[in-house]
Design a protein around this ligand. Structure first.
Ligand SMILES: *[C@@H]1O[C@H](CO)[C@@H](O)[C@H](O)[C@H]1NC(C)=O
Ligand SMILES: *[C@@H]1O[C@H](CO)[C@@H](O)[C@H](O)[C@H]1NC(C)=O
Ligand SMILES: *[C@@H]1O[C@H](CO)[C@@H](O)[C@H](O)[C@H]1NC(C)=O
Ligand SMILES: *[C@@H]1O[C@H](CO)[C@@H](O)[C@H](O)[C@H]1NC(C)=O
Ligand SMILES: *[C@@H]1O[C@H](CO)[C@@H](O)[C@H](O)[C@H]1NC(C)=O
Length: 153
């Protein structure tokens, strides 16, 4: 698929001492956009990425682009769920879990269920981010029903 060649995460390199932040703007309104602390789902993604990237500035999704698991700490279902929701709220496309996780396995990083690191301090991960995809041969793509079914924080 040509689109595969166009896949690109828009991840700026961390700046020492910078605050964890995002300039991604949610244009599609959904109840899961913000957690109980008023943090946007894209900011939650930036926090998750900060585990392996340090302080992290996450840019918005450019038209036609996808978020991809460029950082090793994105190779898990929690990051996949959060970045998919972040793409959705920007009215952007998102990958299926097999597409996301195969990019990790192709780089020799085993995709994990759950978030296999200590969570960074100062934010709340929504319940729906812990949805696992193993054993779901026919439903392997994040969708808006998952947050509705599992709830936020
Ligand atoms: C949701 O988060 C965004 C970005 O942090 C913020 O601008 C907005 O005010 C928040 N909305 C609510 C209802 O907390
Ligand atoms: C986010 O910030 C970066 C760096 O300042 C900028 O290049 C990019 O256009 C911004 N994206 C959005 C969606 O505002
Ligand atoms: C997903 O898998 C991880 C790792 O096996 C586990 O800790 C977590 O409880 C699972 N989540 C759900 C909702 O089953
Ligand atoms: C997945 O879909 C195929 C084709 O529709 C079906 O035969 C199979 O039973 C489904 N598997 C599960 C686990 O639902
Ligand atoms: C959403 O995803 C879940 C889990 O994969 C699946 O069971 C459900 O059928 C999907 N819903 C829609 C509307 O695609």
């Amino acid at each position: 698929m040509l689109s595969w060649l166009l896949l690109s995460a828009i991840i700026a390199k961390s700046v020492v001492g910078a605050k964890i932040q995002t300039n991604a703007t949610c244009t599609v309104s959904a109840f899961f956009n913000n957690n109980s602390l008023g943090q946007s789902v894209c900011l939650i993604g930036a926090y998750l990425n900060s585990v392996c990237e340090g302080t992290h500035l996450e840019e918005g999704l450019l038209p036609g682009r996808f978020y991809e698991p460029q950082a090793s700490c994105m190779c898990n279902t929690v990051s996949y769920n959060v970045w998919s929701a972040c793409a959705y709220c920007q009215n952007g496309p998102w990958l299926s879990w097999p597409d996301w996780s195969s990019q990790c396995s192709n780089r020799g990083i085993a995709p994990q269920e759950g978030f296999p690191y200590a969570l960074p301090f100062g934010f709340a991960t929504p319940h729906w981010a812990y949805y696992n995809y193993s054993g779901n041969v026919n439903d392997t793509r994040w969708n808006t029903s998952i947050p509705h079914a599992l709830g936020g924080t």
